[in-house]
Design a protein around this ligand. Structure first.
Ligand code: DGJ
Length: 729
């Protein structure tokens, strides 16, 4: 049993394979968090709720002397009654007040997990692999209910949470804030880890010490964004990759989010995650409900690697869906950096022909194939082929590419509309805008108002028509600007502050329809690179273009940071030309491959511009990746030396059957004085013997993990090498 409700002491114990999460309903009906950590075998840990001396200025709960909700670890605090820390929920009632008081009403425990209406979420494949709990809280005065939902994935050692707010009153109310989860820790001896960056520098690992006050990351951009990923981890001060306590929170959502930690005057650390309350109000009419997105909470006593392994397994197997979830992903070639907008049928087929000779499996035609799009200032929304560029149309091109032995894939940016487009001529009010104000363009484009049903249906139709018109096996779904000038010609004045969330709901609706309609198409998400690399998008599209930055050295940090949360199979990673188009760096082809082959491999260059030697090298790379991709795409990933700490970087993968180990080593710059470089692997079996493939050298697992492999002096900048080991059986 994953969830126990102990009637004797009103204590809830949520157990996974190795963890316990415990809270209690106290006499007043409030939910108090008692424990989250390693599994414990007790349902009687009430004693951990202690009264703490904290002065007399705090208000008493129910006027019970010295019962201070403000210093108690609450499960889902509401505002002002009488906890004055950041609330998880705040609602403006019909009388204009914003204080609510939610207390236990009932609960239900069941095997399985319900779908989250209109939102992406983790799922169970069989009912008996998870257990769920729904706790209903009620504010008697306001006549509102909140249902807190918990699901425990026992074997994946993770707990998911979300909530639903229900308006049982006769009045409409405004939800000002409804976060997905709140966890109060009764100390603040943690560091905070976040994944932050910018365009071309996504998901760098940032670790800071918690301090008094509120620290938060957020997005107000309408998308999860390059700047912050909807993820935080609180880690014990001594936490490393392999040791120490880690508490991870990841929101399955692609829009505006908030993740915050508030260290209060009593050194409690209140941790929250959910939809960003900034510029958000949801008008909830009588009888209506509001569902928050889901958060995945992971505890690991084994450092960051322990946490990453849980997220990787869960996301690969119980978040990603569809025909491609368990399939090896095709090696693709994309024409973007090869041609940009300057291509025609012949040029595309020349690249495709060379690609097929080298064993590449999928050709992806990027931006510029539709409308009058010869640069980035027009035609978004006009999703019909540009016959001047592609004579004979898509069907003929895709069929020709199929005949070369490759699948055909296509780029779209479906959420956008160019002011210079036929679609805009017909529907100038379909974009997000405010009448009378300037419509601010970014890359000469505006955003479709996905809060409107008719716009969503039109997008679905436009894409359906194209996808049916030719043998298209893959879609790259791009999004190249953020939401500004927030206003909708469709929503009424009470609903305008719902637009950002409604946009995301509209997007999810479209994605659900299209991915269900085209079940065999492989969808890859993209947003100017990795600007929307989040768990929400992964539910619909099992891979993401990790960054527009294809430089191998920059990618070391981007991919290493991404691996904190996401498995390699989700991470689109391409070999491109040198000098690199984003940073101008010249790196060896071997290094570019080593970095790209640590994810979901692709190429993004004009093969016709390479010499025979380079093409031969690529042919070997492609063959190598085909031989080992199951290890990379389905194996277990270990970070062993961080690019955030130094000049030499490494990681290794271990195959599902544990017989193959692939270890990557990178040196950024040659150093003047040679230090012994030792490469220590992780995750091997101590007593097993491993042969370094291509040599007669055999090492024990313990030797490779603890003494390590000696790397000779390498007098090469931007150097990478891949070591493959096979376990002797
Ligand atoms: C941004 C993407 O990240 C690129 O890969 C490329 O598809 C361009 N958009 C095309 O406009």
């Amino acid at each position: 049993m994953g969830i126990i409700f102990n009637e004797d002491n009103s204590l809830v114990h949520i157990k996974s394979k190795n963890t316990s999460y415990i809270f209690k309903i106290i006499e007043t009906g409030h939910l108090i968090n008692l424990y989250w950590g390693r599994k414990i075998n007790s349902n009687k840990i009430n004693y951990v709720v202690k009264k703490r001396a904290c002065g007399s200025f705090l208000a008493d709960l129910d006027n019970i002397d010295a019962l201070h909700l403000e210093v108690i670890a609450q499960e889902y605090p509401s505002y002002g009654n009488p906890d004055l820390r950041s609330p998880a929920i705040q609602v403006k009632l019909a009388n204009g007040t914003t204080v609510t008081d939610f207390r236990y009403e009932s609960h239900e425990i069941y095997r399985g997990k319900k779908k989250l209406e209109g939102l992406p979420a983790t799922y169970a494949e069989k009912e008996d692999e998870v257990e769920s709990l729904e706790i209903t809280l009620k504010d008697e005065v306001a006549n509102l209910r909140v249902i807190l939902s918990y699901t425990v994935f026992e074997n994946y050692d993770s707990i998911t949470r979300s909530c639903k707010v229900i308006n049982d009153s006769n009045d409409e109310v405004d939800i000002l804030r409804a976060l997905s989860a709140n966890v109060d820790f009764t100390h603040s001896e943690f560091d905070l880890i976040q994944l932050s960056g910018s365009w071309a520098r996504e998901r760098h690992i940032v670790r800071t010490t918690l301090r008094s006050g509120r620290q938060c990351i957020e997005s107000r951009r309408g998308a999860s964004s390059h700047a912050q990923n909807p993820f935080i981890a609180l880690v014990s001060k001594d936490a490393t990759e392999d040791k120490g306590e880690v508490y991870g929170f990841n929101l399955i959502y692609s829009g505006n989010f908030l993740a915050s930690v508030e260290v209060d005057m009593h050194s409690n650390a209140r941790t929250q995650i959910g939809i960003n309350p900034f510029d958000f109000t949801w008008n909830l009419e009588s009888g209506q409900s509001f569902q928050t997105p889901e958060v995945v909470m992971v505890y690991s006593p084994n450092g960051l690697t322990g946490m990453s392994h849980i997220y990787h397994d869960l996301y690969r197997e119980r978040l990603c869906r569809g025909a491609h979830r368990d399939k090896e992903r095709p090696i693709l070639i994309n024409n973007w950096e090869a041609t940009y907008f300057d291509f025609n049928n012949e040029k595309i087929k020349e690249i495709a022909k060379e690609s097929s000779k080298l064993g590449i499996e999928l050709f992806v035609l990027d931006d510029g194939w539709f409308g009058e799009r010869n640069n980035d200032d027009c035609s978004l929304g006009d999703w019909f082929v540009n016959e001047e560029k592609l004579k004979g149309g898509l069907n003929s091109l895709a069929t020709d590419i199929n005949k070369m032995g490759m699948q055909f894939g296509l780029w779209f940016e479906p959420e956008m509309i160019s002011p210079k487009s036929k679609l805009y001529e017909e529907h100038p009010d379909w974009c997000i805008h405010i009448d009378g104000r300037i419509r601010s363009e970014a890359r000469k484009q505006l955003i479709l108002d996905l809060s409107r049903d008719e716009v969503c249906e039109a997008v679905i139709k436009m894409l359906t028509d194209v996808l049916k018109s030719a043998p298209i096996s893959y879609v790259k779904w791009d999004m190249n600007r953020h939401l500004t000038d927030l206003g909708s010609a469709y929503l009424n004045s009470k609903e305008q502050k719902e637009l950002s969330h409604r946009y995301v709901l509209g997007l999810y609706y479209i994605l659900e329809k299209l991915t269900q309609r085209f079940k065999n198409v492989l969808f890859e998400s993209c947003s100017s690179g990795g600007g929307r690399y989040d768990a929400g998008m992964l539910y619909y599209m099992p891979q993401t273009w990790a960054s527009d930055n294809t430089d191998a050295i920059c990618r070391l940090k981007i991919q290493y940071g991404t691996s904190i949360l996401f498995p390699a199979i989700t991470m689109g990673s391409h070999v491109s030309i040198v000098p690199n188009h984003q940073v101008g760096r010249i790196t060896p082809l071997k290094t570019r491959f080593a970095v790209a082959s640590s994810g979901n491999l692709g190429y993004e260059l004009d093969l016709n511009k390479l010499n025979d030697e380079e093409k031969e090298e690529i042919k070997k790379q492609v063959a190598w990746y085909k031989q080992y991709r199951d290890v990379i795409q389905k194996g277990t990933f270990y970070r062993t030396k961080s690019p955030f700490n130094g000049n030499d970087i490494s990681w290794n993968f271990i195959s599902e059957d544990e017989n193959t180990v692939i270890c990557y080593f990178h040196q950024i710059l040659v150093e003047p004085i040679y230090r012994n470089l030792i490469l220590k692997l992780k995750g091997l079996q101590e007593d097993a013997l491993y042969n370094l493939v291509g040599t007669d050298k055999v090492f024990s697992g313990s030797e490779l993990m603890y003494a390590g492999l000696m790397i000779p002096k390498i007098e090469e900048d931007f150097y990478s090498n891949i070591y493959v080991f096979k376990k002797s059986v």
